[in-house]
Write a protein that binds this ligand. Structure first.
Ligand SMILES: Nc1ncnc2c1ncn2[C@@H]1O[C@H](COP(=O)(O)OP(=O)(O)OP(=O)(O)O)[C@@H](O)[C@H]1O
Ligand SMILES: Cc1ncc(COP(=O)(O)O)c(N)n1
Length: 273
């Protein structure tokens, strides 16, 4: 028996909430890391009771517990890249921002989970301010959806030009190193088109539009795939492009489970047909 362990295994950390339905949050992130051959570690910020129809209940972890999880991973295993998802409240966001600064985690992908695809705000106004001012400046990239980009900029976003203006404003006024404004919440002709801006390059990333109601976990999967690619040492734009390809394939293999929006499917590398 070969007892050697694999050396130089890339490690990624997700700091996010648990989704009991397994479609989004920590569960989607760890699955995405695994399908990139990246070892996944996690710091759970909150536990949601949710399914394909909606969120029934959310219980926050104490901020000390969140920090202890990050510490335990960082001081022993090390972290090549991290992503944040649902951070829930101001205390957790501020503590996470302080910790990533102290640990000098440079490859930090911030998915600013604030508003659902349907436009409902998921966190308090205070928490929005804390994400904007404490966390986004520490990110290598921030990935707002349409509504999150609207909140971060106070712009109405209805067109591709609006998405571009928002990406540029988030870069400039919130000091985000790079921005990906996602188009999943746009009208049908723009769905699946994302705008990338890193201060120099303004790129439009478009893919096949997938006609499915099973879109739960798209944002989590995309940001986790970016973090996985960064953990493997890819440059930022390549990491984003390849993550987008992964997400599009996962979306085209989405799982038709539950009564609502089923999760994107990650099993495609294992499927024969
Ligand atoms: N129908 C679709 N076809 C192809 N790509 C899509 C489709 N819907 C969303 N996407 C892509 O999914 C990714 C996530 O975008 P979205 O705007 O849905 O983010 P989100 O709101 O954070 O996700 P979620 O709906 O999971 O909360 C983006 O790359 C977006 O372009
Ligand atoms: C615990 C948790 N985290 C994040 C999301 C958003 O998921 P997504 O934007 O990928 O659908 C969610 N529904 N639940």
């Amino acid at each position: 028996m070969n007892t050697q362990t694999t050396s130089k295994t890339p490690v990624a950390l997700t700091i996010a909430g648990s989704d009991s339905g397994g479609g989004a949050g920590i569960q989607a992130d760890l699955r995405t890391f695994a399908f990139h051959c990246v070892h996944g570690t996690c710091a759970i910020t909150c536990v949601t009771a949710q399914n394909t129809v909606g969120v029934v209940r959310v219980d926050a972890m104490p901020k000390e517990a969140v920090i202890a999880q990050i510490h335990a991973v960082a001081e022993d295993i090390g972290v090549q890249a991290a992503k944040t998802g649902m951070l829930l409240n101001q205390e957790i966001i501020a503590a996470v921002a302080e910790e990533v600064e102290a640990l000098q985690i440079d490859n930090l992908v911030v998915d600013p989970v604030m508003v659902s695809r349907t436009g409902a705000q998921l966190i308090s106004d205070d928490a929005v301010q804390t994400i904007s001012h404490l966390l986004i400046p520490k990110a290598i990239i921030v990935t707002p959806n349409r509504y999150e980009a609207q909140i971060l900029t106070n712009l109405e976003i209805n067109s591709l030009d609006d998405m571009k203006a928002a990406a540029q404003m988030i870069h400039r006024s919130l000091r985000a190193k790079a921005v990906l404004v996602k188009g999943g919440g746009m009208q049908e002709s723009l769905r699946g088109i994302d705008i990338y801006f890193d201060g120099q390059n303004l790129e439009t990333l478009s893919t096949l539009q997938i006609d499915t109601k099973n879109t739960h976990g798209t944002g989590c999967t995309l940001s986790a795939a970016i973090a996985a690619n960064l953990a493997m040492g890819k440059d930022l734009f390549t990491a984003v492009q390849q993550a987008k390809d992964y997400l599009t394939t996962a979306l085209s293999h989405a799982l038709d489970i539950g009564k609502g929006h089923g999760p994107v499917g990650h099993f495609f590398p294992l499927l024969k047909n």
